[in-house]
Design a binder for this molecule. Structure first.
Ligand code: CIZ
Ligand code: SF4
Length: 293
């Protein structure tokens, strides 16, 4: 399968981008592995005709928005992010009416239609910086209420979570009761505040990679999607990494397999498209983020 994928990749002039939460074998065949911000950046620097996106829908949409002249393929139609479902354009309009002077910051884990209504997007790696770059004192922040809490603790601005209960089922289940704590505890800001409070470090997945690089510790507990451990083990084979909880699995991410990647290239499916008016507006919010961070 790996040989077949590499052969097709050459024929199509394709690159494979994989998120840190992908299966270990998918990470291994990818040309580039990273968090969504790193992948968004990479997508704009690539010289290729096809981008095969091994990640979930909103990430592939972002790659398509930033690369209108390339064909972006997502290998599975069901690779979706549950968190993104918490927010709709209707909810944003409602909040904007209620808070007419507020600015809208959307976590990249949101649909393109929502991003089109945002002043700026953010990731978990740059959320605080993005919020502090804005003029308004009140920020409508969605869809993750846990990331909103994390930002609220680190800014003087008034952060309004939009909606109040948006979350990721994978990270919400990483509770103080569920997780092991027998090593340096690295916690993702999508986790509940109670777990953030006992963390040795709170970081995005990209932030975790950087933290380990600077640390002298040998054993790390990784409180985010379980396959982040594969990424860390690959980069730091001399250290020990353990998932904080074995069941922290993002089913959307796991829809992508070597076989689906092969079929995706062979049949040139599924092409990711975003309506032009939405893409143009969303692009402004994404590019503003790329400038700030
Ligand atoms: O921004 C991303 O890639 C996500 C979803 C998590 C992270 O912290 O990298
Ligand atoms: Fe979405 Fe959660 Fe999966 Fe991340 S881990 S892609 S937030 S469902």
């Amino acid at each position: 399968m790996i040989e077949k994928i590499n052969k097709l990749k050459k024929e199509l002039n394709a690159v494979i981008l994989a998120h840190n939460y992908q299966r270990a074998e998918v990470q291994q065949i990818a040309d580039f592995v990273g968090d969504s911000l790193e992948l968004a950046r990479k997508a704009t620097q690539i010289d290729a005709d096809y981008i095969v996106f091994a990640g979930v829908d909103f990430m592939a949409e972002t790659a398509a928005i930033l690369n209108p002249d390339k064909t972006v393929l997502i290998p599975s139609k069901t690779a979706s992010c549950e968190m993104a479902r918490y927010l709709t354009p209707e909810i944003i309009h409602e909040y904007k009416k209620k808070y007419p002077n507020a600015q809208v910051v959307l976590y990249v884990n949101s649909t393109a239609a929502c991003k089109a209504l945002a002043d700026i997007t953010c990731t978990s790696a740059n959320a605080v910086k993005v919020v502090n770059s804005l003029d308004s004192d009140t920020i409508l922040f969605g869809p993750d209420s846990n990331l909103a809490h994390y930002v609220a603790e680190r800014t003087t601005k008034n952060i309004v979570p939009m909606p109040p209960n948006g979350h990721c089922y994978v990270h919400t289940n990483l509770t103080v009761e569920n997780v092991r704590r027998d090593g340096v505890l690295m916690v993702h800001p999508e986790c509940p505040p109670e777990l953030q409070n006992v963390a040795d470090v709170i970081a995005s997945t990209g932030g975790m990679v950087k933290y380990v690089a600077k640390s002298k510790e040998k054993r790390f507990i990784v409180a985010t999607e379980r396959d982040m451990v594969a990424r860390l083990k690959h980069d730091y084979p001399d250290r020990e990494f353990l998932p904080a909880w074995d069941n922290a699995i993002c089913l959307g991410m796991k829809q992508i397999t070597l076989e689906s990647i092969y079929n995706s290239m062979k049949e040139k499916k599924y092409v990711v498209t975003v309506p032009e008016d939405i893409a143009n507006k969303a692009k402004k919010a994404i590019e503003r983020m790329l400038e700030v961070s």
